[in-house]
Design a protein around this ligand. Sequence first.
Ligand code: CDT
Length: 309
Amino acid sequence: MREIVIGAAQMGPIQKADSREAVVARMLALLEDAARAGCTLVVYPELCLTTFFPRWYHEDRAEADIWFEASMPNAPTQPLFDRARTLGVAISLGYAELTPEGQHFNTQILTDRAARIVGKYRKVHLPGHVEYDTERTHQHLEKRYFEPGDLGFPVWRSQGAVMGMCICNDRRWPETYRVMGLQGVELVMLGYNTPSVNSQHGDEGLAKRLYHSELTMCAGAYQNATWVVGVAKAGDEDGHPLMGGSVIVDPDGMVVARATSEGDELLVHACDMDLCNFGKTTIFDFARHRRIEHYGLITERTGAVAPAP
Ligand code: CDT
């Protein structure tokens, strides 16, 4: 048995006016609860230090730099790193990263139990659009404010397990999990900010949106025999609703813990990494069963091309 007690720290809404310090105080409260429950790893959502700012249009992109962190840890987040080190709890959190070279990424990091950053991931699949879109009920300007991630989908060994990360929209793409699966991943951590309403299909409904979110995470877990921890930032942010639905999914693709609120809420599960072994050595033993001679299109072609009618 290789058990890691993991806390999925769903967060409720963050308003535009909320300070980083106020948000970190909430993250600290979740961390304390997690430590009391025996967790040695806590996963926070995507862009968890601020409101989901890509919904707000800035004509001048540089104005959006107020939502970015130029270093990590920085002054507002240092108390979280300090307390995590004292408690011996590793953390994974998402934030908007501004590099010294002036690049902008939607980033998630992983620390070890001594609060040292051991892993960094930059979001690859950026959803949304670049320019203000009058056809949508609300904006989703990730393509305006971020560059696509340049680090691929790496994995790291930590706490005796092979861990990887992805962010929000990445969870909907099978390639995300498979690239990590091919590196033996046993735990995929991801955060998300998913609007409760489809800006281009208002009738879709919350139930279907929650289903699609869970469907993709369960499929990714099962097809790669890995744990998946998906953590929402949820609730009403300045009149814009984000859905909850945080889950911990086991390597059989079964949900073992699910959030019931749209607020700050901690899910805890003792995740045995050895549960990955069965799938990885039987139906999803990639070395025995994959037929890569038939997969060329996956990397050769981006968009679908149907045969001529
Ligand atoms: N943050 C994020 O990636 N959200 C997307 C919604 C995209 S709608 C244009 C998601 O896949 O949940």
